[in-house]
Design a protein around this ligand. Structure first.
Ligand code: PEP
Length: 258
């Protein structure tokens, strides 16, 4: 675990216009520069809507901020007649380091399958960005006790065709759907159980190098007040944060996590 740089990624979802984005990133930068606390442990990433990326790029580049950013989705296509889509090359050109693929809201509202998620992850990686591949079970699956096999099937399908070297550089986010935006955080033990199972599966398929390097995040109602217990788990390498990433004090607390 110590060899993996913790990652705290804030998924803004469909919130904040480009001006509001500038305000939030500026406030976040001030928070992270506050010497009263140690913010050096985690890599800090924001994931704004597409329309905010240019503003965030200008601010981050101009002030040389230690904040990385990425997008919440990417097209499976390279270019052409796909109205409304955004390509990986467009995102890379805007300086994105990361792209979320397979968020449960995309899987649910846009019927994204593991095959689609896999295609998006390949496009992101080919354009030089790191895919944050999301998996996670709904409440029914959890209640049936099928959460581990469910998530591992999503991992298998979403990571198909990647080499061990590629998997080593990926981020996988375990986000139980019942914990997203509900205020109902998984227990640290729940998070550890599935994150450990994901790493074990990657070890089985891709070997020690990939398993020891891949970063596995937990996501679902993470707040400054509950992040500590989650981050001490040996297989949790960071958090994907929705609601709390829009509040600088909360997200700042998450980024220092103790
Ligand atoms: C998310 O959308 O990735 C998420 C984890 O949301 P929240 O933190 O609001 O539960």
């Amino acid at each position: 675990k110590n060899a993996r740089t913790p990652l705290m990624a804030g998924n803004w979802k469909m919130n904040l216009n480009h001006q509001e984005a500038l305000v939030l990133v500026q406030k976040l930068a001030v928070t992270l520069a506050d010497k009263k606390h140690d913010y050096s442990k985690a890599e800090v990433v924001v994931l704004p809507p597409f329309t905010d990326l240019r503003s965030v790029q200008t601010l981050v580049d101009g002030d040389r901020l230690q904040i990385r950013y990425g997008a919440q989705d990417v097209s499976t296509h390279d270019s052409g007649a796909y109205t409304g889509e955004i390509s990986a090359a467009m995102l890379a050109k805007l300086g994105c380091s990361y792209v979320v693929v397979g968020h449960s809201e995309r899987r649910e509202y846009h019927a994204e399958t593991d095959a689609v998620v896999n295609a998006k992850a390949h496009k992101a990686l080919a354009a030089g960005m790191v895919p944050i591949v999301c998996v996670g079970e709904g409440l029914g699956v959890r209640q049936a006790g099928e959460h581990v096999p469910h998530c591992l099937a999503q991992v298998d399908g979403s990571l198909e065709g990647f080499t061990a070297e590629q998997v080593a550089g990926l981020v996988v986010a375990y986000e139980p759907v019942w914990a997203i935006g509900t205020g109902e955080v998984a227990t640290p033990e729940d998070a550890q159980e599935v994150c450990a199972a994901i790493r074990a599966r990657i070890r089985e398929v891709h070997g020690d190098g990939a398993a020891d390097a891949v970063r596995v995040l937990y996501g679902g109602s993470v707040k400054a007040g509950n992040v500590g217990g989650i981050m001490v788990q040996p297989d949790v390498d960071g958090c994907l944060v929705g609601g709390a990433s829009l509040q600088v004090d909360e997200f700042g607390g998450i980024c220092r996590y103790y």
